[in-house]
Design a protein. Structure first.
Length: 277
């Protein structure tokens, strides 16, 4: 089974999306299951993980509704306000739907890099462990030391780093010290995983495979195939590429691995992490 561990849908008329907006014109329109289906068929992808795109509980309910009508969507990663007094009750209510497999606070948009370590968030994090929910970390390199502390405080919380934590890539760049050491430290925590996703978007339409290779090599060396999972980040990937081209590039980045290891990254790891049957 091939699992795309990271994709999005949105219906702009719902009215709670600060992004996408006019700054990303190619994806500033509606995307739904009917748009992704032919791409999945062509790529041979069996199931997907649908991830939130805005800071709204209503959007999470919208995604769960979509998932309930689709055989393709195996899991939903939603959103709650971790600092809200009502957050624990909200998580308990959302978690009644078995398709909710995780939550993702949008940390990259929060100026305070250690925001997730505040006392107000502890109750929600504890509730996530009790409800068997995973933590998707939408972060940048500045967050990595604080994400390490989160993983240390909550060893029972399964965490996955989205998009390699968005290091600076392209134009011949090699992994810098901050990102590399941060990822190495995180990989030492057995409850932390990493998504092979979002890479081409960080570079832009002029991306080249050789720009991606040293970063993919680093996460594979750090986490190993048992803790790395493929994600398309569709339709955001359309800003720099397309579904088929990114899938081809990802397979090229894995070309030196055994068939068994590739199978884990292309599906097995995501199934294990998100509890997908």
């Amino acid at each position: 089974m091939i699992v795309d561990a990271h994709q999005h849908f949105w219906t702009l008329a719902r009215g709670d999306y600060a992004w996408p907006n006019e700054s990303v014109a190619p994806i500033f329109k509606d995307f739904g299951p009917q748009d992704l289906e032919p791409l999945l068929v062509a790529a041979g992808v069996d199931r997907t993980v649908l991830v939130q795109a805005t800071d709204s509980v209503d959007e999470t309910r919208f995604l769960l509704d979509l998932a309930g009508k689709s055989d393709r969507i195996a899991a939903v990663v939603g959103w709650v306000d971790f600092a809200s007094n009502a957050a624990v009750n909200t998580v308990q209510d959302l978690a009644k739907n078995p398709l909710l497999k995780g939550l993702r606070p949008m940390l990259q948009g929060i100026e305070q890099s250690d925001w997730i370590l505040q006392d107000a968030a502890e109750a929600v994090l504890t509730q996530m462990v009790s409800a068997d929910l995973r933590f998707d970390a939408l972060v940048q390199p500045r967050h990595l030391p604080h994400l390490f502390e989160l993983a240390k405080r909550h060893p029972g919380l399964s965490i996955v780093v989205d998009h390699l934590a968005k290091p600076e890539m392209g134009e011949g760049r090699e992994p810098d010290h901050l990102w590399r050491t941060g990822m190495e430290s995180l990989a030492a925590r057995p409850n932390v995983y990493c998504k092979l996703s979002g890479m081409v978007t960080e570079i832009g339409p002029d991306w080249k495979l050789q720009d991606l290779q040293p970063f993919a090599k680093t996460i594979l060396e750090c986490f190993g195939p048992d803790r790395v999972m493929f994600g398309s980040d569709w339709p955001v990937v359309n800003l720099a590429s397309d579904y088929a081209s990114w899938l081809t590039a990802a397979r090229s980045l894995l070309s030196g691995l055994s068939e068994s290891d590739v199978s884990k990254i292309m599906g097995g790891t995501a199934r294990k992490f998100y509890g997908i049957d």
